[in-house]
Design a protein around this ligand. Structure first.
Ligand code: NCC
Length: 337
């Protein structure tokens, strides 16, 4: 089994929730980093997120296996007796840990809108990783549509700069460096996880558990190295307000929905569908709440729609394979990985 079947409705539901959670997460995270009250340690938030994702994945696996004894067997087989698999999953785990910490650094130094717009560079970066790591080929038109999507999402998310004055010191250069690292990490880790997930029959929740276990060790090391002394002095949960807890919860739920989306679609589709979800949810707000459509939004939405259409067209590459055929080929390759 390389690619799972699921109803279109379920896929749309997961993509929409993932996109809405991501948008709320970015704004809420930014807010928690700009108020001058006792600032929490961001490394602890990243670590706590891994713990919550592990607990939730254990819950999902116990639902999937159906009985405590089968859950125990699955954990013994895939966790205790599979150090090699744990090691394999520690790669995306480490890269995601870096990415998640970079998001905090970027959003501590940059406006949420600037962050969201610049972060769209992950779309071509993910496409490049897909081509290099999954041996999948994209036709010229598909590459063009990937860049068009990147421009479209940038315009759709274009917003005026933050009106409120932030109460903390900011370093925009550091913020942009953090985004650049996050973009590279997001592309690589997403494609690596997809490759591992789709190359065997192992359950998504088992793969998640394997990844989050090393995630906890890695992010805890991050807490010790970066904030160790301060955490010992002030406590792990220093500065945790209800909003910070909400941010951690969003990060956990968002991460799990991302994993489900990667299981049923792929990393490039995730980018396209997330863009479509942003456009559709804004159009829905226009209809329901009378929100005003701006010119950047309208032109961005048009670019997003055209890019989705172009990406879906049959590929015209030198091998003369139709897109379906080349997709079949790449699925076969995935199975043999
Ligand atoms: O950047 P992005 O995702 O690719 O990052 C993936 C996030 O999902 C978590 N993950 C991934 C696979 C897996 N099996 N389990 C996981 O928990 C990773 O730890 C990582 O946090 C996107 O496509 O834009 C998306 O963006 C993130 C987030 O907004 C950005 O990384 C910015 O910080 C979204 N995460 C949340 O909303 C919490 C993600 O849903 C979509």
């Amino acid at each position: 089994m390389a690619v799972e079947n699921a109803s279109v409705f379920f896929k749309l539901y997961c993509l929409t929730v993932m996109t809405l959670v991501a948008a709320t997460y970015t704004v809420a995270l930014r807010y928690t980093r700009t108020i001058s009250s006792d600032l929490y340690f961001s490394t602890t938030a990243v670590c706590l997120t891994e713990v919550i994702k592990l607990i939730l994945s254990l819950g999902m696996l116990s639902k999937e296996t159906g009985s405590p004894s089968r859950l125990k067997n699955a954990l013994v087989e895939h966790v205790l007796s599979s150090p090699k698999e744990l090691l394999k999953l520690s790669v995306p785990s480490l890269v995601y840990a870096v990415q998640n910490n970079m998001a905090f650094i970027a959003l501590s130094n940059l406006d949420a809108a600037v962050y969201q717009v610049t972060y769209q560079l992950k779309i071509p970066c993910t496409a490049l990783c897909t081509v290099l790591m999954l041996n999948r080929s994209l036709g010229r038109l598909q590459w063009f549509s990937v860049f068009m999507l990147c421009g479209g999402v940038t315009l759709v998310q274009w917003q005026p700069a933050e009106a409120t004055k932030v109460q903390v010191e900011q370093n925009p250069f550091l913020g942009f460096v953090a985004i650049a690292i996050a973009v590279l990490c997001s592309g690589f880790a997403g494609v690596y996880f997809e490759k591992v997930l789709k190359s065997s029959d192992t359950s998504l929740w088992v793969r998640n558990i394997q990844m989050y276990l090393s995630g906890i060790v890695i992010t805890l090391t991050g807490v010790c190295i970066t904030d160790g002394e301060k955490v010992l002095e002030k406590g792990f949960f220093f500065g945790y307000t209800p909003l910070v807890c909400f941010v951690v919860l969003l990060a956990s739920v968002g991460g799990l929905y991302t994993s489900v989306v990667l299981k049923y679609t792929d990393n490039i589709m995730k980018g396209f569908s997330a863009a479509a979800a942003i456009v559709l949810s804004t159009v829905a707000s226009v209809i329901m709440f009378g929100l005003q459509i701006t010119i950047p939004f309208a032109s961005g939405a048009l670019l997003v729609c055209v890019s989705i259409y172009l990406y879906g067209l049959p590929k015209q590459d030198t091998s003369n394979l139709s897109r379906k055929e080349s997709d079949k080929e790449s699925k076969k390759r995935l199975i043999t990985v």
